[in-house]
Write a protein that binds this ligand. Structure first.
Ligand code: MOS
Length: 762
């Protein structure tokens, strides 16, 4: 699917430019809705204007009269669709509210799919469907100052285990210094630039789905379930995804309706949902609340960490981000007590959104850490050093590697942290108050099952096939680099095929697991190919490498080389084998998953190992430092400088890694200062559901962003030595900015985003 740009630096770790960059900027890269299908009909969605209640009556007469309308699907004519079980993670459905009525569980729920000869006709008809609703008063979100008693009584516990160690209440009582504070994060929507699209085509009972997906095997198996057909009769095509960030990891209700419409019309049907529909027909990051208490001795040693989290989910589903699984292991806390409650509101079901667990929980913890450092009169970096640990404070298990303080030291040096006057409101540049702040970033090293088929041709070309996903992160490039390096050919000789359910399966592109998992499978396939070539080279009598030890051989420049300097062209070794190509298929199963995880992956079920699970804790870490300027009169808030240092094991490609980390920090600026989906509390409705009103940082909001890659070697995590870093960059940014705002103004703001109006009086 890609043409590789020639690069002299193709090896793992080198900053190879993206092999698909040219295709993307020239429009040649086909995103799912770009695939040409013959004579498509076009679909539009009608969605519910109420958040709670039910449909009383549907009148389609006027809508059907719109010229070009072919079919209208509602709950009254779609009962043949099987429900897919809701999955909190991995495959399955993004929500259990899949039917287009009559029950209405959230605003913007799909109530009809209209198919017409043109998109415009479908859209017009969608406005002319007349539906009578019986509306009830919805619950939109938390009460104004935290969840009310009534909401708490409706809360449920997430499935995760809550980490506990010792007696946290007693430890808090005995502590010299304590912090007791509440923090909040807002609702956020992914808003990938590529909209939520689905194109379906049937042929002889076989369904082809063109849909951007972070998990093509999940979508394939879910859709097979919906139509009660053999999964092998479903083909999902998604070679490029135009941004996903978690929103395209599960099967959403639209896909079944599009497929059913295509089946009924016996004609391809294409849906491109609108931007505002994307806010309610897929998942999002729900708002959270945190009650944190920290206890420390006068010398800065932490003795207690209590974290109570509150998260919003939908009525039927108990989605929770599980951030406590990570925050509870971050420092040498002493006693630990944690709890999470899910508050069920009349909303669409939330789901993964970039750094799902870490972003809210680490924001809250890292804010509290800063408050504690201030109260102790201690430098925040030194405070974290005192509480750094090589073992899990809860269980005593070791970290596989941990470079947190190395990151802090390198970032602090580059940032010039030494010049900071710790006194709040003490630094100034003209009319601008200057604030310097820092925070920890951490992300669990996740791995899942991945399989790959690699074909090595005598001419030195490599074909890599795996149903991994390219979300814009550079997957084609790093996977290609892996094979190129292992088999000793330039990257330009590698063709990588991804994002297609006819390829061998790979883990959901979630939890920053792709590089570690998929590269491990590709390396395994390459090693099997190498073994066969090495056998042929050393086993042949009279050959230049005959009789050599396998361990003395390396693959480079299209040759197999021996430590003694002799070498043989790959092409000639193929000649000895009497074949033009070698193909190997390999399965990578990470530590912590059972062998049946492979069969489950084929069946569309994803499981992740790593992070806080297993014998050792595996985490990528970082430290982020920011400078904020706040205008003394207008309170305009700028971020002129941000420096992040990150350690994530072996870096496969320094260029794509840097891009991910930089993008993550920019998103962190967004989380801290801009982003929030506003909710109409009366109607449980999203207000700013478009890119004009949903604030994100523009170029003028982002100044100097520096990424430092801190070297770290970890041979334990996986054969590639890789810790995923796609989601690491934006974990610490929001807290670092909030901490810098405190330093600039002396005002502690504990609810994101921080905007000008929150600083009035500062
Ligand atoms: Mo990412 S939010 O784990 O898809």
């Amino acid at each position: 699917m890609t043409t590789a740009a020639p690069s002299p630096k193709a090896n793992m770790g080198e900053p190879a430019p993206r092999v698909d960059a040219r295709l993307k900027v020239t429009g040649e890269a086909l995103y799912p809705s770009d695939f040409p299908v013959s004579n498509p009909a076009f679909a539009a969605l009608a969605t519910s204007p109420i958040a709670k209640g039910h449909i009383v009556k549907i009148d389609l007469a006027v809508a059907r009269k719109v010229p070009g309308v072919l079919d209208i699907l509602t709950y009254e004519n779609t009962s043949e669709l099987q429900q897919i079980p809701y999955a909190g993670g991995g495959g399955g459905a993004s929500t259990s509210m899949q039917r287009p009525g009559p029950a209405i569980g959230h605003d913007g729920q799909i109530v009809a799919l209209i198919v017409a000869e043109t998109f415009e006709a479908a859209q017009e008809a969608s406005y002319k469907i007349e539906i009578t609703y019986a509306a009830e008063t919805p619950t939109a979100t938390f009460g104004a100052s935290g969840p009310t008693e009534d909401e708490i009584s409706k809360a449920s516990r997430p499935p995760q285990k809550m980490p506990h160690k010792g007696d946290v209440e007693a430890a808090l009582k005995e502590a010299d210094v304590t912090i007791d504070a509440e923090y909040g994060t807002p609702t956020q929507h992914h808003n990938p630039i590529e909209l939520f699209t689905t194109t379906c085509e049937w042929s002889d009972g076989h369904l082809t789905i063109y849909e951007p997906s972070q998990f093509v095997y999940g979508l394939k198996n879910s859709m097979a379930h919906v139509f009660a057909i053999n999964p092998d009769h479903v083909h999902v095509v998604s070679p490029y995804v135009g941004g996903a960030f978690g929103s395209k990891s599960q099967c959403t209700p639209r896909s079944a309706l599009v497929a059913l419409a295509a089946k009924r019309l016996n004609r391809p049907v294409k849906l491109v949902a609108t931007r505002d529909q994307g806010f309610t027909i897929a998942t999002y990051r729900a708002e959270t609340r945190h009650h944190i208490r920290l206890g420390a001795q006068k010398d800065g040693k932490l003795v207690a960490y209590s974290h109570q989290g509150f998260e919003i989910s939908s009525q039927p589903d108990n989605y929770a981000v599980a951030g406590i699984d990570d925050s509870a292991h971050l420092y040498a806390f002493g006693a630990v007590g944690t709890d999470v409650q899910i508050i069920h509101a009349d909303r669409n079901t939330p789901g993964f959104m970039r750094s799902p667990p870490m972003l809210p929980y680490i924001y809250a913890l890292e804010s509290a850490m800063d408050e504690m450092a201030v109260k102790l009169g201690m430098d925040p970096v030194e405070f974290r050093r005192i509480n750094d640990t090589d073992v899990d404070p809860v269980s005593g298990r070791p970290f596989s590697s941990r470079s947190l303080m190395k990151c802090f030291d390198q970032a602090a040096e580059a940032f010039g942290w030494k010049a900071r006057n710790p006194q709040p409101k003490s630094m100034r540049k003209g009319d601008w108050l200057v604030g310097l702040g820092c925070a920890t970033a951490a992300y669990p090293t996740h791995m899942g099952v991945a399989t790959a088929r690699v074909r090595f041709l005598a001419a030195g070309d490599i074909i890599v096939q795996t149903a991994a996903h390219e979300l814009g992160t550079g997957a084609y490039t790093v996977i290609g680099q892996c094979a190129a390096e292992r088999l000793g050919v330039p990257l330009a000789k590698v063709r990588v095929y991804l994002g297609d359910s006819n390829l061998p399966p790979a883990i959901v592109a979630g939890g920053s697991s792709t590089t570690a998992s998929v590269c491990s499978a590709v390396l395994k396939s390459c090693d099997a190919i190498r073994a066969r070539l090495v056998d042929a080279a050393i086993g042949a009598s009279g050959g230049p490498l005959s009789g050599r030890e396998a361990k003395d051989l390396t693959f480079a420049d299209g040759k197999i080389r021996s430590a003694d300097g002799s070498e043989e062209n790959i092409h000639d070794v193929f000649g000895r084998l009497g074949s033009g190509a070698i193909e190997e298929y390999a399965e990578f199963v990470p530590n912590g998953l059972k062998p049946d995880a492979v069969a489950k992956l084929y069946a569309g079920q994803a499981a992740l190992a790593g992070g806080s699970k297993g014998e050792k804790l595996m985490y990528a870490m970082g430290a982020e430092f920011v400078e904020v300027h706040i205008h003394a009169m207008t309170h305009e808030l700028r971020v002129p400088r941000i420096v992040g240092a990150f350690a994530a094991g072996h870096i496969m490609n320094t260029r794509t890694a840097r891009s991910q980390l930089m993008g993550g920090m920019i998103w962190g600026i967004s989380s801290a200062l801009h982003e929030a989906t506003e909710i109409d509390r009366k109607r449980a409705r999203y207000i700013n559901d478009n890119l004009a009103d949903y604030l994100i940082p523009v170029n003028a909001d982002v100044d100097a962003v520096e990424v430092i890659l801190v070297s770290e070697e970890d041979t334990y995590v996986n054969p590639a030595g890789v810790k995923g870093l796609g989601e690491l960059g934006n974990v610490g940014t929001a807290a670092a900015i909030a901490n810098a705002v405190y330093h600039a103004t002396g005002v502690r703001l504990r609810q994101l985003p921080i905007r000008m109006e929150n600083l009035l009086g500062a």
